[in-house]
Each structure stands twice: as C-alpha cells, then as structure tokens.
Write a protein of this length. Structure first.
Length: 383
C-alpha cells in the first residue's frame, strides 16, 4: 500500500470507503462532512492508502489544540481511519496508523488524540484511554428557571469565528480545564455556519445547540461560561424552549458547573464515549502542559517506546510552579518504568495505583507523580 496526501479535488473519492466503514452518507451529510474536512485537506492533512490505483485506506490529522490544566498544547486529532472491507485483516490499518504516527512527529504535535471504534489497534501503537465525551439529559424547565440576571448575548455566525475561538479559549484557560480541544478558525467558520445550529456569544461564554434528530428535544453541543451570571443566562436561553422541548441532551464536563446550579439532581445517566491519547514528543508534551499550582514532583523515569524511539530511555521529570520539565538523565538504579501507553495514561491523570495494577507502570518511587498529573479530562467535540 502506498500512502500519500490527498489533493484538494480528491476528497469525493473517499466517500465510498467512508460510507462502507461508518454508514451510508446522504448528500447533505456528505456535504457537511466535506466542509469540516476541507481545512485539513487544504493543509495537506488528509491521507489515503492506494493499492493498484484504488483507495483502500484513509485517515486524517486534524490540527488542534488541547487544554491541559488550562494551557493549550498542539495535538493531532486522528480521524476518519478506515480500511476498505475487502482489504481488512491484512495489516493495512496498522500500516496506516504507523504512517500517521510518524507524520504526527514530523508535524511537531506533542500529542495525538482519537476516538477509537476498536481499542487494540491503537494500544499496539502507544495510544491509551484518557478521557471521555459525556452527555446527560437535563429537564428543559430546570434550565429555564436558572437565569438570575440579564446578560447581553448576541447571535453569531461564521464571521465571528475568531472572537468565538478567543472566548472559548479564555474560559478553558481560566478554569484550568483538561481535555477540551480548540479548532482552527477555518473549522470554527464551518461550525458557526452549520444550518440548524443556534449559536450565541456572551462576553465570557458561548453556546451552540440544535434540535435533536427527531425534533422532540434540544441538544447542547457546547456551552462554556466564565462566570455564574453567564452560565445561568446561557443555559436559561436553551431552557426557554421548554414549552416545545421537554428535555435537553447536553455535552458537559463531568464537573460542569451546571450540574451544581440546577435545583434537583438525583439519579443521572451519563453517556460516556472514550477517547485515547498518545504522547508523541514526551519532553515537548510535558513542557507545554500546565500543572496544578503548589504541587511539586521529581521522579526518575525509564520510558519504553519502540514506535517513537526519541521518547525512549532514561529521563528526569521535574514539576514545580505550575510547569514541568523532562530532561535526559544518565540513569537511575530504580526508575519508574512505563511504556507509551502508561505515559499517555499518566499524562491524562489516570491515578498511579490504577496504572500499577493495570500493568502500565512499574518500579521506582512514583510518590508525587499522581498529584502532579491529577486530572479528569473530558471533551466537547467528536470527530
Ligand atoms: C478498524 C480497521 C481500520 C482495521 O483495519 P485492518 O486493516 O483490518 O487492521 P489490521 O489488519 O492492520 O489489524 C490491526 C489490529 O487491529 C485488530 N482489529 C482489526 N479489526 C478489528 C475489529 N473490528 N475489532 C477488534 N480488533 C480489530 C487486528 O486484530 C489487529 O490486531 P493484532 O495485530 O493484535 O491481530 C478496519 O476494520 C475498519 O476500517 N473498520 C471500520 C471503520 C473503523 O472502525 N475505523 C476505526 C475508527 S477509530
């Protein structure tokens, strides 16, 4: 299989393989998917594997940022991974992913994230489960009655992409969030221009919502707010539809403040979809991430990473004053030993006792590592 970048006129040639892998796409669904893919396509980030001149595999590397303790880290969003049904089971999926991982290194992304449809393929190349995309059902009436004060909000569209991106970034930064991603402005323009998505901006908040597929309930795709007043106002704006929509399905953080603002809360069903993380460049990933203020940690690490040899070997980790450093060391007699999967999970805040018992981290003194990396990462976007 020969893998190459697809040109801007070649996207339609991936429609057949996409339909066979993810379900038949109507013309309008394909048009929307193509609009979302265009920025990556134009940046030379849509790839296809060919055999005998025919596409047998596809994959894309979205150019994203991801907040880690409030600091934006460059991350490759791996999406649209598919192998033609008749070509599966011959190692093409693994070959494609290996190629994409090498491209992540060359693009200079310290991290790569993805939503897995199957886990073993990604684990075999160093990805590990890191966070979730959470949805809950909220009664629209409970949201309608949240507003305490009038907060100025305005409708926004594609022309407001930069301002929306900046407001969303400021909220995640100030909250010290872990996991949400930031889109480039080109994708924001598509999101803000999508028919049927209602988008409003406040000085320190943003909401995007739509009717669900059956037209019976509302669905909040993103609501971020930097203050209590804005939080209440934006949720109440959605809840004002309670006369025609009884419930609101909402994509939220596990500790989203709305869950502490609503009056009644008892039994909750959380629908959680997993995403996985890969540390592509260990020193850059540690250097770019934020760490909790007031926590310091020092540890000797021995990393095993045959797929990205630059990560492998002895390192010394230092975390202090909200920042981290990973520096080469001559070797410690009893380092904390971990592979690429353990490193990804540690980075994402999976507790050290969990990592030890899952066989992802061994030896050494990991005493303060857990507190330094502690996080409950979430996402607000599926791709
Ligand atoms: C998942 C997919 C890309 C794998 O492609 P493939 O060419 O068959 O994969 P490979 O032959 O390289 O196999 C790689 C590994 O994945 C495993 N694997 C492949 N398909 C799998 C499946 N459906 N469920 C579980 N494991 C699977 C293989 O067993 C192999 O593991 P091994 O080396 O331990 O045996 C392909 O089945 C596909 O396109 N599926 C539909 C779309 C999809 O799920 N895409 C992934 C989106 S995240």
């Amino acid at each position: 299989m020969q893998i190459r970048v697809l040109g801007s006129g070649e996207l339609d040639e991936t429609r057949d393989i996409r339909s066979r892998a993810f379900g038949r796409l109507s013309d309008s669904a394909w048009a929307q998917s193509a609009r979302m893919a265009r920025p990556a396509l134009e940046a030379g980030r849509q790839f296809a594997g060919f055999e005998g001149g025919r596409i047998v595999a596809t994959g894309r590397l979205n150019d994203l940022t991801q907040w880690w303790q409030g600091r934006a880290v460059s991350v490759a969003g791996v999406g649209g991974v598919a192998v033609a049904p008749e070509a599966r089971g011959r190692g093409l999926g693994r070959a494609l992913l290996t190629d994409l991982l090498e491209r992540c290194v060359r693009f200079g992304h310290p991290l790569a994230m993805l939503y897995p449809a199957t886990t073993p393929l990604y684990r075999s190349l160093g990805w590990e489960h890191a966070g979730g995309l959470h949805h809950v059902e909220l009664p629209a009436e409970a949201l309608r009655t949240l507003a305490a004060e009038r907060v100025p909000v305005r409708r926004v569209g594609p022309q407001d992409a930069e301002e929306v991106a900046a407001v969303v970034a400021r909220v995640h930064e100030a909250a010290g969030d872990c996991g949400p991603i930031g889109w480039r402005h080109g994708v924001w323009r598509v999101l803000l221009g999508t028919e049927g998505h209602y988008t409003y901006l406040a000085e320190d908040g943003f909401v995007s919502y739509r009717w669900d597929g059956n037209g019976e309930g509302l669905e909040v795709t993103r609501l971020v707010a930097g203050s209590e007043g804005t939080l209440r106002a934006l949720w109440a704006l959605v809840g004002s539809g309670s006369s025609t929509a009884a419930s609101v399905r909402a994509c939220v953080a596990p500790s989203d403040p709305v869950l502490w603002a609503i009056r009644e809360r008892e039994c909750e069903t959380v629908d959680r979809r997993q995403w996985m993380l890969r540390v592509v460049d260990a020193p850059a990933a540690i250097g770019a991430r934020g760490f909790p203020a007031g926590v310091s940690a020092r540890a000797a690490l021995l990393i095993d990473d045959p797929d990205v040899p630059a990560n492998a070997g002895h390192w010394h980790l230092t975390v202090e004053d909200g920042t981290g450093r990973l520096e080469r060391s001559g070797g410690d007699p009893d380092p904390v030993r971990l592979g690429a999967r353990g490193l990804a999970a540690l980075y994402a805040g999976v507790p050290v006792p969990t990592l030890r018992r899952a066989g992802l981290l061994h030896g050494g003194d990991a005493g303060t590592l857990g507190a330094a990396f502690a996080a409950t990462p979430y996402a607000l976007d599926y791709f």
